[in-house]
Design a binder for this molecule. Structure first.
Ligand code: MN
Length: 229
């Protein structure tokens, strides 16, 4: 038996639809500004600045959503609904034409953002961790295996706060599609089974508060419900 110096961290395990299998999370990558409307609402020109990558800690994932503690140190927590890609087959420099064969499945996720801290970091050219990497910052639905079918290219992606519509778009409005994202990301990092990729949010991000109930979804994928407590 391993003699751990301190208790080892728990695994982060995401349920898989239609099976009792669990998806073990290795890393969480995220795409920034992958929808033109969101790039514009963040004060960027989508024609001049391409999307980019950042990451969140593995244990920021909250499988199945539910009640999530409102994070500390922010006066401007915002929701970002996103298609999440779960990687089943790793690789470095994965060609775009083969990229979809590396996908295990798809899910609906929220990239929670402490927007006030992110904007301070942006101004100072500091890292984004305080704005993006907080505990419980990446709730995610169960994963639908790609073998059951991928969401259609024009699937609706939407989010409501207390039943009021806030975000509504279609997946084909992404600047980089899923295959392009995998191709580009795998140029910088060797992808491995268990990696999650949050593929960016459409426009309409807004501030949420303690007590708010958030529901979001993507056609053909499970809905995700989050209550901020
Ligand atoms: Mn995001």
């Amino acid at each position: 038996m391993t003699n751990y110096a301190v208790p080892p961290a728990a695994e982060t395990l995401i349920p898989v639809m239609g099976s009792n299998a669990l998806f073990p999370v290795r890393r969480i990558y995220c795409v920034g500004r992958n929808y033109a409307e969101h790039a514009r609402e963040m004060g960027s020109d989508p024609n001049r600045e391409p999307p980019f990558f950042f990451s969140k800690p593995r244990d920021a994932a909250v499988p199945g959503g539910g009640s999530i503690p409102f994070p500390p140190a922010t006066d401007n927590l915002q929701h970002e609904v996103e298609l999440v890609v779960a990687i089943g087959l790793g690789g470095l420099d994965i060609p775009e034409t083969q990229a979809l064969a590396h996908v295990y499945g798809y899910a609906t996720g929220i990239d929670f953002t402490r927007r006030d801290l992110q904007m301070i970091a942006r101004e100072k050219c500091h890292p984004w961790e305080p704005g993006k990497g907080m505990d419980h910052g990446a709730p995610i639905s169960a994963i639908v295996p790609a073998s059951h079918g991928a969401p259609s290219v024009d699937a609706a992606i939407w989010l409501k706060v207390n039943n009021a519509p806030r975000q509504a778009a279609r997946l084909n409005q992404m600047t980089w599609n899923v295959a392009e994202i995998i191709h580009r990301l795998s140029h910088f990092f060797e992808l491995a089974p268990g990696d999650l990729i949050f593929t960016g949010t459409p426009g309409g991000v807004s501030t949420v508060r303690r007590g708010d109930m958030i529901t979001c979804g993507i056609d053909d994928l499970p809905q995700l419900h989050v209550s901020l407590i």
